[in-house]
Ligand binder design. Structure first.
Ligand SMILES: [Zn+2]
Length: 300
C-alpha cells in the first residue's frame, strides 16, 4: 500500500501581548509565493532604479549633445558669414581685374597695339541656361591670382609702347602757335600775289596778331634754325622728329637759339612783320618729310 503523503503545512503564530496567540495554518506554497513576490518586487525596484539612472544619464547626455549642437550651429553661422564676406571680396577682386583688363586694352589701343580679346567674365560665360559650373571660393581666388599675373605681364608689355606713343604725341605738331589769336588771315595753297600780279603758292597759314604777341612751339623738339630766313624774315624752325618740322616767320624777336630743346607751348619769339610782310602777323608752316602740308590739319 503506497504511503500517503500529507501536504506540508505551516502554522503561523501571531502573538499579541496580553492576548491569546492566534494560530494560522498555511499551506506550504504560501511562504514560497510571498518570497517570490518579495523577490519580484525588489527585482522590479532594482530594475526601475537602474532604468531611472540610465534615463538620467541619457538625459544628461542629451543636454550635452544639444549644447554641442548649438555651439556647432553658431560656428556654422559664423563660418557662413565669413564665407559670404570672402565671396563678396572675391567678386570685388574679379570686378576690379575686369576693369583693369579693359583699361589695359584702352592703353594698348592708345599705344597702337592690337586689341586683345577680353575673356568673357564668369557671369557672361554661364549665361542663362548655360553650362555654368559652380566654382568654389578657392577656384575663384586661384583664377584671380592668374588673371592678376597675366595683366601685370600685359601692362609690362604695353608700357614702353605707350611711352613711345606719348612721346610721339608730345612731339607731333598740334594746336595753335599763338595764344588767343586763332583767326587765319591767309590760308595754305595758291593765292593772289599780295605784292603784285598773278598767283603764288602760300606754303603755310598766316595768323594776324598784334605786334609782340608771344609765339609758341606746337610740339616738342629741337630748334634747328633761329635767325634771318629770306622772305620769312626773322624765323624759327623746330625739328620735332618723326618727320615733322614747323616754321614760325616774320617775327620781331627771337627767344630761342639753335640746338635748344623746346616743349609744346614754350615761347619761341614774338609776332612782327620782318621779311616779305605787309603788317604784323605770324606765318606758320608744317613740314612732313620735308614737304609743306596744310597746317589746318594740325591745328585742332
Ligand atoms: Zn604766310
Amino acid at each position: 500500500m503506497p504511503q500517503r503523503r500529507h501536504p506540508v503545512r505551516y502554522t503561523l503564530w501571531l502573538a499579541r501581548t496580553g492576548a491569546a496567540p492566534k494560530a494560522f495554518s498555511l499551506p506550504a506554497w504560501v511562504p514560497a509565493v510571498v518570497l517570490l513576490v518579495l523577490l519580484g518586487w525588489s527585482g522590479l525596484n532594482l530594475w526601475l532604479w537602474h532604468r531611472t539612472a540610465e534615463m538620467r544619464s541619457l538625459q544628461l547626455e542629451l543636454v550635452r549633445l544639444s549644447e554641442q549642437a548649438r555651439k556647432l550651429n553658431n560656428q556654422l553661422a559664423a563660418e557662413r558669414t565669413r564665407n559670404n564676406a570672402l565671396s563678396q571680396d572675391a567678386r570685388q577682386i574679379l570686378k576690379q581685374l575686369e576693369l583693369l583688363e579693359r583699361e589695359i586694352n584702352t592703353l594698348r589701343e592708345r599705344a597702337g597695339m592690337p586689341k586683345i580679346k577680353l575673356r568673357p567674365t564668369r557671369n557672361e560665360e554661364g549665361g542663362r541656361g548655360g553650362a555654368a559650373v559652380p566654382a568654389g571660393l578657392e577656384d575663384v581666388l586661384r583664377y584671380a591670382a592668374q588673371q592678376a599675373e597675366e595683366l601685370g605681364a600685359q601692362l609690362g608689355e604695353v608700357s614702353p609702347a605707350l611711352q613711345e606713343t606719348l612721346r610721339r604725341e608730345a612731339a607731333v605738331p598740334y594746336g595753335y602757335p599763338l595764344r588767343g589769336f586763332n583767326r587765319i588771315s591767309s590760308h595754305f595753297g595758291y593765292r593772289r600775289n599780295p605784292f603784285g600780279w598773278g598767283f603764288e603758292f602760300h606754303n603755310g597759314v598766316d595768323f594776324s596778331a598784334p605786334y609782340g604777341s608771344p609765339v609758341q612751339a606746337t610740339g616738342a623738339g629741337v630748334v634747328v634754325e633761329a635767325g634771318w630766313k629770306g622772305p620769312f624774315g626773322l624765323a624759327v624752325v623746330v625739328d620735332h622728329g618723326y618727320g615733322y618740322r614747323t616754321l614760325y616767320g616774320h617775327l620781331s624777336a627771337l627767344l630761342v637759339r639753335p640746338g635748344q630743346r623746346v616743349e609744346r607751348g614754350d615761347l619761341l619769339g614774338r609776332v612782327g612783320s620782318t621779311g616779305r610782310s605787309t603788317g604784323p602777323h605770324l606765318h606758320y608752316t608744317v613740314f612732313r618729310q620735308g614737304v609743306e602740308v596744310n597746317p589746318s590739319r594740325y591745328l585742332d
